[in-house]
Design a protein around this ligand. Structure first.
Ligand code: PMP
Length: 402
C-alpha cells in the first residue's frame, strides 16, 4: 500500500499558490551589478543587497582568486579542528578595528551568526525582548535559545520599557535584540534609547547591522552613525551585502568572542568560511574605509530617488526609510506581483515582497552606489507609466529579509 504520509505537501503548495504566496527562483546570468541579465534581457537591478557594487568589483574578484590559489577552494575543516587560516584572523582583526570593538568572530553566514550568538548567550532561565519586525535569523535564534521571547512593538521604546518593568525581575539574564536597519521596511532602530534602557535594566543589547554596514556612519553602520561605539553592546552582521562577499560576523569584547568560540554551535560545528569569501570580505572592508565616495554616491542615489518619487508620484505610498531600501506599499499580493511583472517587462528588476514575509505587500527597491541618475529616472518613468495604485495602509513587515 503506498503511503499517503507525504500528500499534505502537495495540498500545502496548492494553498500557497491560491494565496499568491508562491515563490519561484529566477536565474541571474553572469555578473550581477546595477544591471543584470535575466532570460537574455538586460534589466536595471533594484533587487540587490550589494549596496556599494563591490560584489563585481575587480579588486574583490582578484583577492578571491589570489586566496583560492594560495589556500584552495575549501577550508577543509571547522575552525577548531583543521579549517582555521591566517586569513580568518586577518579578517576578524579588520572587522574589530572597523567596528571599534576589541575582537570579532566570522561565521559562514549572517544567519548562522545570529543563530549562534543569540542561542549561546541566553537560555531557559532568561528573557529575550525582540522587535516585532526583526529578521528571521534573530527570531529563530531566539527560539533556539529556549529563553522566553516577548516581542515589543516596532521601534517603540515605551512598549519595550513596559515589558521590562513587568518582566525583567523574573529572569536571570535579559537580551534585547533588534535589526539596526529593518530589512523589509528600510527604517532605523532607536539605538540610543535602546542602549539607555538596556543599561538601566541591566540587559544585554544585540544589534544586527546587516543592512547598515557600508551604508551608515563612515561605513561601520548604525552604531557609528549614532556615535555609540564606546557603549556596551553586541554587534552582528553579514559579509554578504555591502561587503559583496559571503559570511557573517559578531563584534564585541574579547571575553564575549572567546566565550562564543566555545559555546556557539553554528560556529563550532561547521566548516570555516572559504578562503575566497574571507579574502573578498577583507578587501571590501579596506575599500570601504579608504574610499568613502562609494557610500556618498549611494546616498546621492537614495536622495535622488526619494525626491523624484515625491515630485512625480506623490500618490504612491513610500514607507519611511533611513537606508538604501525603499518600499512602495501595494493593496494586495496580486497587485504587487502584477506591478513587479510590469516593471520587469519595462526593463526594471524590483521584487514583489508578500506575506508571509511581510503582512502587507510591497515593491522593494534597493539602491546601489553604481546606479546612475539615468537608471533612477527610468525607474520613476516606468512607475508612472505602469500606473500602479499604492495601498493606503501603513502596516509593516513581520519576519524580515529572505
Ligand atoms: N540579518 C538581516 C537583517 C538580514 O537581512 C539578513 C539577510 N537577508 C541576515 C541577517 C542573514 O545574512 P546572510 O544572508 O549573510 O545569511
Amino acid at each position: 500500500m503506498p503511503s499517503d504520509a507525504y500528500n499534505w505537501i502537495e495540498q500545502s503548495l496548492a494553498t500557497i499558490h491560491k494565496a499568491d504566496w508562491y515563490r519561484a527562483v529566477q536565474t541571474i546570468q553572469g555578473l550581477s551589478g546595477a544591471t543584470v541579465q535575466i532570460n537574455g534581457r538586460s534589466l536595471i537591478n533594484f533587487a540587490s543587497n550589494d549596496y556599494l557594487g563591490l560584489a563585481s568589483d575587480d579588486r574583490l574578484i582578484q583577492a578571491a582568486i589570489t586566496a583560492t590559489k594560495k589556500y584552495g577552494t575549501g577550508s577543509t575543516g571547522s575552525r577548531l579542528l583543521s579549517g582555521h587560516r591566517e586569513l580568518h584572523c586577518e579578517l576578524e582583526c579588520a572587522i574589530a578595528s572597523f567596528k571599534q570593538t576589541e575582537d570579532a568572530l566570522v561565521f559562514s553566514s549572517g544567519y548562522l551568526a545570529n543563530l549562534g550568538v543569540v542561542s549561546a548567550i541566553v537560555g531557559q532561565r532568561d528573557l529575550i525582548l525582540s522587535d516585532q519586525y526583526n529578521h528571521s535569523s534573530l527570531k529563530n535564534g531566539a527560539i533556539l535559545s529556549g529563553a522566553t521571547v516577548i516581542e515589543y512593538s516596532h521601534c517603540d521604546l515605551v512598549s519595550l520599557q513596559t515589558h521590562l518593568d513587568r518582566q525583567r525581575d523574573r529572569y536571570r539574564r535579559c537580551l534585547i535584540i533588534t535589526d539596526s536597519i529593518f530589512s523589509m521596511d528600510g527604517d532605523l532602530c532607536p539605538l540610543s534609547g535602546l542602549l539607555d534602557l538596556a543599561e538601566h535594566y541591566n540587559c544585554m543589547l544585540l544589534v544586527d547591522e546587516a543592512h547598515a554596514t557600508g551604508v551608515l556612519g563612515r561605513g561601520a553602520g548604525c552604531v557609528e552613525h549614532f556615535e555609540c561605539t564606546q557603549r556596551q553592546l553586541i554587534q552582528v552582521g553579514t559579509l554578504s551585502k555591502a561587503l559583496g562577499s559571503l559570511g557573517g560576523y559578531v563584534a564585541g569584547t574579547k571575553t564575549l568572542i572567546d566565550f562564543l568560540r566555545n559555546r556557539a554551535p553554528s560556529w563550532i560545528y561547521t566548516t570555516a568560511l572559504s578562503p575566497a569569501d574571507t579574502a573578498a570580505a577583507l578587501a571590501a572592508i579596506q575599500m570601504i574605509q579608504q574610499e568613502p565616495e562609494r557610500r556618498q554616491q549611494l546616498w546621492r542615489n537614495i536622495n535622488n530617488l526619494k525626491l523624484l518619487i515625491h515630485q512625480q508620484l506623490p500618490h504612491l505610498k513610500l514607507l519611511p526609510s533611513d537606508s538604501a531600501i525603499l518600499c512602495l506599499l501595494l493593496p494586495s499580493a496580486a497587485d504587487a506581483l502584477i506591478a513587479a511583472h510590469h516593471l520587469k517587462d519595462a526593463g526594471i528588476f524590483a521584487p514583489a515582497i508578500r506575506p508571509p514575509t511581510v503582512p502587507t505587500s510591497r515593491i522593494r527597491i534597493s539602491l546601489m552606489a553604481t546606479h546612475t541618475l539615468a537608471h533612477i529616472k527610468q525607474l520613476v518613468d516606468v512607475l508612472s507609466a505602469i500606473n500602479i495604485v499604492s495601498s493606503t495602509t501603513s502596516a509593516k513587515s513581520v519576519c524580515g529579509d529572505q
